[in-house]
Design a protein around this ligand. Structure first.
Ligand code: PLP
Length: 402
């Protein structure tokens, strides 16, 4: 056995459940099995929801014009202006200079964490949540604490729990709206409650991850920045979900600083952004076309997604052993396993289902050890035929293991 050069602790601690379960699935595929994949939050992985043509054309034209050099560190001026206008349409006074274009929300998160967290800092994030909110803060000596989403009440935010977990070390309070993996949507009243809590802690800022905001089926989703007159807000969004182009790796953070307390933090963010050069130049042209072009196509896409959501809800209601709170947005469902055998070991459920029925979902505990346990996440982007086949197999599996 060769002596291994040690890996840094911070990297060794990272877990990403969504991709971890892909390893055994790939092994089965290598043996020639076909896997029904309900695990990928990527619309392009499924037929019927392609990146809109006019955006692809704009990306290609940018390449054809030879726009393959480095761009400005904070993003192209035309894209920053278009994003600012879009955010103004969501109800707050966003200016181009408040917008910073990144390699997706994921890079924006690393920049924000890097600029705001120190040893002993805390990030308060929903439980369950998108895994990087747990994985990244520890790299900066900080800790992520989860606040409870109510599993019996449409995964609504538990404000008493949030209030009880706030202290002077909580630098970032996270709202993912709509949420991945539960699909719950926080409305105006919820956001007001959240702001009322955050306001009491002068060093607390809010991260509003609104990457699924155009996939709100309740009509109640609202920008956090539009509601805040006191608390600083980092709004996060991008091209990955609502514009169906996750592989382009373009997103942004927009700073709302209503009382002018983020001068130093903003300076830190700008330094970090300059040091990593820029986001992809031609992809920014593609995103610009999406923002400036006609958006009627979104309705048709959403209709398809909602139909598939409704199909899943119907199938789940007919299967003994499953329960679900209807999601209000995004394209995920967080399904409860009612049999204690699986509820206590959701990862085993996922692995056994994969091996026996060749259906791949993600274990709930991967989104929160405590608050996601006993669940699995499915993506309802596959078409009706594939979803029906997957539910037939899930049903067969559950009945066989009763
Ligand atoms: C809540 C949430 N935020 C951010 C992302 C990733 O965004 P991006 O592709 O812009 O990095 C995801 C991807 O699944 C997500 O679910």
């Amino acid at each position: 056995m060769v002596n291994q050069i040690p890996v840094a602790e911070r990297a060794a601690r990272i877990e990403y459940a969504i991709r971890d379960v892909v390893v055994p699935a790939m092994a089965l595929e290598a043996e020639g099995h076909e896997i029904l994949k309900l695990n990928i939050g990527d619309p392009i992985a499924y037929p019927g929801l392609p990146t809109p043509r006019h955006m692809v054309d704009a990306f290609q034209s940018s390449l054809a014009r030879g726009e393959t050099g480095y761009g400005p560190a904070y993003g192209s001026s035309s894209l920053r202006a278009a994003i600012a206008l879009d955010e103004q349409g969501k109800g707050w006074n966003c200016q181009s200079e408040d917008v910073y274009v990144c390699h997706g929300v994921t890079e924006a998160l690393q920049i924000i964490f890097s600029a705001t967290l120190e040893d002993g800092s805390k990030v308060l994030a929903p439980g369950p949540h998108y895994p990087p909110y747990m994985a990244y803060p520890q790299m900066y000596g900080a800790e992520t604490i989860e606040y409870r989403l109510d599993p019996d009440n449409d995964w609504r935010l538990d404000f008493d729990d949030i209030e009880s977990k706030m202290d002077e070390n909580v630098r970032l309070l996270v709202l993912i709206n709509p949420n991945n993996p539960t699909g719950n949507v926080a409305d105006k009243e919820d956001i007001q409650c959240l702001l009322n809590i955050a306001e009491k802690w002068p060093n607390c800022m809010i991260i509003a991850d609104e990457i699924y905001d155009g996939l709100d089926f309740t009509g109640t989703q609202i920008s956090v920045a539009s509601q805040s007159t006191t608390v600083p807000v980092f709004t996060l969004n991008g091209v990955s979900k609502v514009y169906y182009a996750p592989g382009w790796r373009i997103g942004y953070l927009a700073i709302h600083d209503p009382t002018g307390r983020l001068v130093d933090v903003r300076d830190g963010i700008e330094r970090l952004l300059r040091s990593r050069l820029c986001a992809s130049t031609p992809a920014q042209a593609g995103y610009l076309a999406g923002l400036e072009g006609n958006r009627d196509w979104m309705e048709e896409y959403s209709r398809k997604v909602v139909q598939q959501r409704d199909l899943c809800l119907k199938r789940i209601s007919e299967i003994d052993g499953l329960e679900v709170q209807a999601p209000g947005g995004a394209f995920y469902m967080f399904v409860r396993l009612t049999d204690p055998k699986w509820a206590e070991n959701d990862k085993q459920f996922v692995l056994d289902l994969l091996h026996e029925e060749h259906v791949l979902v993600v274990h709930g505990s991967g989104f929160s050890t405590e608050m996601g346990r006993g669940h699995f996440r499915l993506v309802y982007l596959p078409n009706a035929e594939l979803l029906n086949e997957a539910f037939d197999r899930i049903n067969r599996f559950l009945q066989r293991h009763r």
